[in-house]
Design a protein around this ligand. Structure first.
Ligand SMILES: NC(=O)c1ccc[n+]([C@@H]2O[C@H](COP(=O)([O-])OP(=O)(O)OC[C@H]3O[C@@H](n4cnc5c(N)ncnc54)[C@H](O)[C@@H]3O)[C@@H](O)[C@H]2O)c1
Ligand SMILES: O=C(O)CC[C@@H](O)C(=O)O
Length: 409
């Protein structure tokens, strides 16, 4: 697919799921005016129709950009995930279509860590249950099953950006921290890494999950893992809904094996605030249920809006793909007076030679060039004299292995 350059006022952005207005401010001040916003996720035919017409799409966690949906995105240059998780996008399908995907890997980590810590404190005091009873006219003044958080062991599964932040905050409150991660990690403070998941579960008073959604984390907490937890333990999941077997958790809570739980994410989540939330955990007073709002604070959303919009602007303005989650990272400084061409191709031997032959064979001088590859694709940015860009673009499209090529400016 070969594309000539587009004026900024023709480049269309679609922002779904109530992306924060800070993103619109960034896009407008960069000169982009065609920005459509939708407060919720779109699905099926509606999503396919909308995505077919835009050059950039911004989503959060609810819009499913599957291979089927992306097959309709013939103009799409990039996806901005205005969140941390990117599991809702088929990253390989996007890459094979030459669509770069960006996210905000750090902007809401503090918000999640604060929520988890608050939930741990409330659950250890039985507050959700006592509060629910009070709302129904009950009065449960009792210290039974109420504990201080000080001295308790917090077991963190997934010691990444959120897990480490939580580790520091928990130690500041006097907790002991243990963690399990598939990668060897430098423990912060006095935290210690535990080699086996079942060992961590057996040692922890509170277990909290901070892993991404992958094949390995799918249903990683099921009946056997819950059975390995301490009697009276607490389970918190603010990672992804596919990580915990909810039926097994409901059974353990009903059997009083666990003291309580807090869930922010679910295997099936309503697509909008108007849809019904259905779960076997509904009605259990010792369970805190929140609608996937771990990262939903004004601070985090405003920061995410700026961070991801800036990445989209840089990619659109000069082809910079730094920190893309599925693309080779290229950042070529602007070269005044030159035209910039982008070429995305399958990563097979000989493509760069063929590309350079286009220029050598047509007497076109390359002012600067930068190539990066990953296991599937190569991405090269080339600056040349303006006079030759139409010819170069036509010839570049004929290079075997080409996925996309276009003139940026
Ligand atoms: N509830 C929310 O609103 C919310 C907000 C932000 C992030 N999240 C979710 O939290 C997840 C974690 O976020 P993060 O920023 O800390 O990610 P991160 O990538 O910084 O850390 C994830 C950690 O999990 C580890 N890990 C991966 N697979 C594992 C496995 N099978 N077993 C044990 N450890 C494993 C990784 O090595 C890494 O250390 C995100 O992927 C996202 O899905 C949810
Ligand atoms: O804002 C969202 O919809 C998702 C937030 C969170 O799950 C993330 O991955 O950052």
């Amino acid at each position: 697919m070969t594309k000539p350059s587009l004026d900024k006022d023709k480049i269309k952005f679609l922002l779904l799921e109530g992306v924060h207005p800070s993103a619109i401010e960034v896009l407008r001040s960069a000169g982009y005016s065609q920005i459509e916003t939708v407060p919720m996720a779109l699905q099926g035919g509606e999503l396919k129709a909308k995505i077919a017409d835009v050059h950039f799409i911004g989503i959060r966690s609810q819009s499913q950009l599957t291979a089927d949906v992306l097959a309709h995105a013939s103009r799409l240059a990039a996806v901005g995930c205005f969140c941390i998780g990117t599991n809702q996008v088929d990253l390989n399908a996007a890459r094979e279509r030459g669509i770069a995907v960006f996210n905000a890997p750090y902007s809401n980590t503090r918000s999640v860590a604060e929520l988890v810590l608050a939930e741990a404190i409330l659950l250890l005091r039985g507050v959700p249950e006592k509060s629910a009873l009070a709302h129904r006219g009950g009065w449960l003044k009792s210290a039974v099953n109420s504990y201080e958080i000080r001295g308790k062991t917090l077991g963190i599964i997934g010691y990444g950006s959120i897990g480490t932040q939580l580790s520091v905050l928990a130690e500041a409150l006097g907790m002991k921290v243990a963690f399990y991660d598939v990668v060897s990690k430098l423990p912060l403070g006095n935290a210690r890494q535990v080699a086996k998941l079942l060992e961590l579960l057996a040692q922890s008073d509170i277990v909290t999950l901070h892993v991404p959604e992958t094949a390995a984390t799918q249903w990683m907490i099921g009946a056997a893992e819950i059975a390995a937890m301490k009697p009276g333990g607490i389970l918190i999941n603010a990672s992804r809904g596919t990580v915990v077997d909810i039926d097994a958790l409901a059974a353990a809570l009903n059997a009083k094996k666990l003291l309580g739980a807090a869930l922010d994410v679910f295997p099936v989540e309503p697509g909008s605030n108007k849809d019904e939330f259905v779960s076997p955990l509904r009605g259990l007073d010792n369970v805190i249920l929140t609608p996937h709002i771990g990262g939903s604070t004004m601070e985090a959303q405003a920061n995410i809006g700026v961070e991801v919009a800036e990445k989209l602007v840089k990619y659109s303005d000069n082809g910079t793909s730094t920190s893309s989650v599925n693309f080779p990272e290229v950042a070529l400084p602007a070269h005044p007076g030159k035209h910039r061409l982008l070429h995305i191709h399958r990563n097979v031997p000989g493509v760069l030679a063929d590309i350079n032959q286009v220029f050598a064979g047509n007497g076109i001088n390359i002012a600067s060039q930068f190539l990066q590859t990953n296991e599937a694709i190569g991405y090269v940015v080339i600056d040349i004299d303006a006079a030759h860009s139409d010819l170069a673009l036509t010839k570049l499209a004929e290079v075997p292995g080409t996925i996309r090529s276009r003139v940026l400016f």
